[in-house]
Write a protein that binds this ligand. Structure first.
Ligand code: CDP
Ligand code: CDP
Length: 222
């Protein structure tokens, strides 16, 4: 029988992974995995339980036992709806710090694989194509200039009524890029055979169309 198809969409923060992956999944009626949310859930859990961010063992245990549920666009941790809480800046920063720990990354592998169910999966993150789903039918690496990405984050914050500063955003993006790209385990880089798409000058819908075209071409080959 045919393996369940997977489309991986990796890239740096604010390259549009989440937006594009979600829309591609809707179009194809595939499941969607926001792997960054799993790192954020682990981070939130660590902050709540006051686990030291250098205690790799305890953090991996938290990740292994993560009681999370995804329902549409709502995310639950145990009995609590944490959809908004995991988007907090502190949680994102903590997620990116603990994501360098090999044991913790390993502890989240099984959970990520469990999202691969029929009729297919679109997974976004940093290492979907390189580590988690190396056999994916289509691998995409989204990029955009740091200025374009900071501009998108700026707009997202202002739209939510949150004050934002462009210089701070640029600094934060550069720091996070450096940390994600330079870590020893599962660094951010295009998977072998990945299609690279620079979205600096594209709308989200144009990026979605390109990914769907690539996927249609892949499907024709099998
Ligand atoms: O998941 P990631 O951090 O890569 O990005 P995101 O959360 O999807 O945020 C990207 C933001 O930029 C969203 O507000 C999108 O509407 C917007 N955007 C995009 O995703 N793709 C483009 N080509 C242009 C804008
Ligand atoms: O929205 P943003 O791009 O800042 O982050 P995210 O995709 O929600 O992921 C939060 C953090 O988890 C990232 O900064 C990465 O360090 C880490 N992460 C990872 O290491 N591997 C993944 N597959 C997904 C996220």
């Amino acid at each position: 029988s045919q393996p369940i198809p997977v489309i991986t969409i990796d890239g740096p923060t604010a390259s549009g992974k989440g937006t594009v992956a979600h829309r591609v999944a809707l179009q194809l009626r595939f499941h969607y995995l926001d792997s960054g949310a799993l790192y954020r859930l682990t981070a939130l859990s660590a902050l709540r339980h006051k686990v030291s961010l250098t205690d790799e063992h305890a953090l991996s245990k938290l990740a292994e036992k993560l009681q999370c549920r995804f329902e549409g666009d709502q995310i639950w941790l145990s009995q609590e709806n944490v959809t908004a809480a995991i988007r907090a800046e502190e949680v994102g920063n903590t997620a990116s710090r603990i994501a360098v720990l090999p044991m913790l990354r390993h502890a989240l592998v099984g959970l990520q694989h469990s999202f691969r169910t029929a009729p297919g999966l679109v997974a976004d993150g940093r290492d979907m194509g390189t580590v988690i789903f190396p056999s994916a039918s289509l691998k995409v690496f989204l990029t955009a200039s740091v200025e374009a990405r900071a501009g998108r984050r700026y707009k997202q914050l202002i739209d939510k009524g949150i004050p934002a500063n462009m210089d701070d955003l640029l600094k934060d993006l550069r720091e996070r890029d450096a940390r994600d790209s330079s870590r020893a385990v599962a660094p951010l880089k295009p998977a072998e055979g990945a299609h690279i798409l620079d979205t600096s000058e594209l709308t989200a819908d144009q990026a979605v169309d390109q990914v769907l075209k690539w996927y249609a071409a892949v499907r024709k080959q099998v």
